[in-house]
Design a protein around this ligand. Structure first.
Ligand SMILES: NC(=O)c1ccc[n+]([C@@H]2O[C@H](COP(=O)([O-])OP(=O)(O)OC[C@H]3O[C@@H](n4cnc5c(N)ncnc54)[C@H](OP(=O)(O)O)[C@@H]3O)[C@@H](O)[C@H]2O)c1
Length: 271
């Protein structure tokens, strides 16, 4: 696939750009991949296993998104990250945009008194160490060798600022991502590399399909805008942060959560 040839895809905001989306094989990641592809980019994506990566690739083809390069990569494993970058080197010889979307959700760990500390490590190994080592490799293997450098967008969460129950490791990892984004931005700004972050709230994913409708309605009532984000809403923010439209921004955490973070209590509790 040639990212410079925009064919009949639509706007060419990212024509000629090479993009890597980690965790691009399902849910929000699929929307991110599709958005960059439709805007003219050459897109690489990874999932953590062969089966899930192949499933994501098939889903993209079914959506008419063809030619995306899908490669299995557990981002917590440096050897697999290196192999992924070998693939990008062979296929495109450059990288312009890195989207650190992959996440271990840390679901089902129980509360902080009973959770196995090894599961805490699992979450941090993917969300924090994984995101860091993919970013470091993008900088050293591509951005620093390119005159136009490159830009990084992390996916964090509004749970970095307002905790949710029984997700200690996940909330901690997202707080660490916010701090890491600022630290990376500070060190990399003089080198011409921008690092920013989108912090979503509720996103409609396949997990909403099995949600009790009453619970879904209650979640929407929690949102001042009365709706969760769609993957495309998050893709809009990420595309802005990855594009020259945000050329003077770095180290920013852009919240996209239907107004949840600006309220003290949901309307029905606010008495
Ligand atoms: N969903 C929400 O309501 C919400 C809210 C706030 C923030 N966020 C953040 O937004 C992003 C997308 O959320 P989502 O709900 O769409 O995610 P998701 O459905 O949980 O999918 C996570 C993605 O990360 C990949 N992944 C997990 N571990 C990996 C590893 N070790 N190596 C490589 N890839 C790995 C998964 O690939 P496999 O399928 O192959 O494991 C999958 O593609 C995440 O960063 C999430 O924390 C989501």
């Amino acid at each position: 696939m040639n990212g410079g040839d925009n064919g009949n895809r639509g706007p060419s905001r990212f024509a000629g750009k090479v993009v890597l989306v980690t965790g691009g094989n399902r849910n929000t990641g699929l929307h991110l991949v599709e958005r960059f592809w439709r805007d003219g980019a050459t897109v690489y994506m990874c999932g953590s296993s062969d089966a899930s990566t192949a499933k994501g690739a098939a889903e993209l083809e079914a959506r008419g998104v063809s030619g995306v390069v899908a490669k299995t990569c557990d981002i917590s494993d440096i050897a697999q990250v290196s192999a992924l970058f070998d693939e990008i080197e062979r296929g495109s010889g450059r990288l312009d945009i890195l989207v650190n979307n992959a996440a271990n959700q840390g679901l089902g760990h129980g509360g902080p008194l009973e959770m196995d500390p090894a599961r805490f490590h699992d979450v941090l190994d993917v969300n924090v160490v994984g995101g860091f080592q993919v970013t470091q490799m993008a900088c050293n293997r591509f951005f620093m060798k390119q005159e136009s450098r490159g830009t990084v967008v992390f996916l964090s969460s509004n749970t970095a600022m307002r905790a949710i129950r029984n997700r200690t490791a996940y909330c901690a990892s997202k707080g660490a991502i916010n701090s890491m984004v600022r630290a990376l931005a500070l060190d990399l700004a003089p080198l011409g590399i921008r690092v920013n972050c989108c912090a979503p709230g509720y996103i409609n994913t396949e997990r909403w399909d099995s949600l009790d409708p009453a619970k879904a309605a209650r979640r929407r009532l929690n949102c001042p805008l009365r709706k969760e984000a769609q993957g495309s809403d998050i893709a809009n923010v990420v595309a802005f942060l990855a594009s020259d439209d945000s050329a003077n921004m770095t180290g920013e955490i852009v919240t996209c959560d239907a107004g949840c973070s600006c309220q003290h209590m949901p309307e029905d509790v606010d008495v």
